[in-house]
Design a protein around this ligand. Structure first.
Ligand SMILES: *Cc1c(COP(=O)(O)O)cnc(C)c1O
Length: 400
């Protein structure tokens, strides 16, 4: 069957909550995907960084198949053999004493919010139900009602109220805005160290450091949403580490399972994570043995294949080469590691049309926020493949 057939089925029977490029992918391998006509494409989105290890990584596949043959779900009513090993390996890799596994990123964000609120009442002593969490404008933390309650994107939220109270919005990257939002009831500040969905927005150097010291001075938790920026994407294990910042809580997801299966987690030390008592939080699938086995393999691939170092080195190369393209459409090329945004001028006619052309030429990238093309290939990409892609990207950016 041809692409057209599947596209029509999807349009007819599926909710239209996405606007995908019209490529129907049948198979993926490493940095490449193949459509139903057999055309080959370089994946420069990596499922929003869930595929840092590349498509269908053989080691993660083996772990998944082997575990699927043994036991997949126990529920947390019973213990399983994989979860403790996952906890230990995650702690050793990240330096956080404890973690709490969930499934989607949004669930982990919700978990962090619950934990921050409990900390506010039990540890900080904020009066019940008066705690406030500060977030930044332009944020993306997921799609649940609570999370969209503090989105500043009108079309993420406009039709979906009433909203969850208890959040305050400040200007991303602006310390005065943050300081003026503080009250004795501030429990936490939650930020993305780089705003991925927001358009690969990097805050001014020193911002994360200053946020950390504001938090320490005022007894406030610093929560970093590293679901997209974490696990090597930006050339460090966590993007916060570019400023030597160690948040009180880190939220991870996406590449935590190498794209095989939804696994997310909240990381924190015992002092904070220890506040959860039995029955206060949970998830039927969270921490299941299949997810834990997959995540353990996904983490070990990041380490064994030195994906963090690769992201740093190849990301710098890719970014510098992109900067050399002198297209009148380009306003700025920015990024860290292999999370790169090419921002087009408003008069370029939007990033979408460039992504459509890139697709025709064998590169899959997706616009974010009208005018930004995000290049975030799997971290296993090689210099040769980047060198293959660069002239194609150049030609595309040079079109009228
Ligand atoms: C993708 C993403 C989320 C939401 O993750 P889901 O798995 O889609 O729920 C949250 N925060 C950031 C920064 C993300 O990139």
């Amino acid at each position: 069957m041809e692409s057209k057939y599947y596209i029509e089925l999807e349009e007819q029977y599926g909710a239209h909550n996405y606007h995908p490029l019209d490529v129907v992918i049948e198979r993926g391998e490493g940095v490449w995907v193949y459509d139903v006509e057999g055309n080959k494409y370089l994946d420069c989105l990596s499922a929003y960084s869930a595929l840092n290890q590349g498509h269908v990584h053989p080691k993660i596949l083996d772990a998944m198949v082997e575990q699927a043959k043994k036991v997949t779900l126990t529920s947390r009513a019973f213990r399983n053999q994989q979860l403790p090993l996952f906890y230990k390996e995650l702690s050793e890799m990240t330096g956080y004493e404890m973690s709490l596994p969930m499934n989607s990123g949004a669930e982990a964000v919700e978990t962090a919010i619950k934990l921050a609120r409990k900390w506010a009442y039990k540890t900080k002593g904020i009066p019940y139900y008066e705690s406030e969490i500060i977030v930044a404008d332009g944020n993306f933390h997921g799609r649940t009602i609570t999370i969209i309650s503090f989105s500043t994107e009108e079309y993420y939220k406009k039709e979906f109220g009433p909203f969850t109270p208890g959040f305050k919005t400040v200007i991303y990257g602006n310390l005065e805005s943050l300081e003026s939002a503080l009250t004795p009831n501030t429990a936490a500040i939650m930020l993305e160290p780089i705003q991925g969905e927001g358009g690969v927005i990097i805050p001014p150097l020193g911002y994360l450091q200053s946020v950390q010291s504001i938090c320490q001075k005022n007894n406030i938790l610093f929560i970093a949403d590293e679901i997209q920026t974490g696990l090597g994407r930006t050339g460090k294990l966590f993007a916060s580490q570019h400023e030597n910042v160690r948040p009180d809580m880190v939220i991870i997801g996406k590449a935590l399972s190498g794209g095989f299966y939804p696994v997310s987690a909240v990381l924190a030390d015992r002092e904070i994570m220890g506040l959860f008592q039995p029955g206060e939080h949970g998830s039927t699938f969270g921490g299941n043995p299949l997810g834990a086995a997959v995540a353990r393999a996904a983490l070990s691939v990041i380490q064994e294949e030195k994906l963090i170092e690769r992201a740093e080195e190849l990301g710098n190369y890719f970014k510098e080469e992109l900067k050399k393209i002198s297209s009148t459409h380009v306003k700025e090329v920015r990024g860290r590691g292999l999370l790169i945004g090419v921002e087009l001028k408003p008069e370029a006619g939007g990033a979408r049309r460039f992504c459509e052309v890139l697709k025709e030429k064998g590169i899959l990238a997706k616009e974010t926020h009208d005018n930004v093309i995000r290049f975030a290939p799997p971290l296993i990409i090689s210099k040769d493949i980047i060198d293959w892609a660069l002239p194609i990207i150049k030609d595309t950016l040079l079109m009228d």
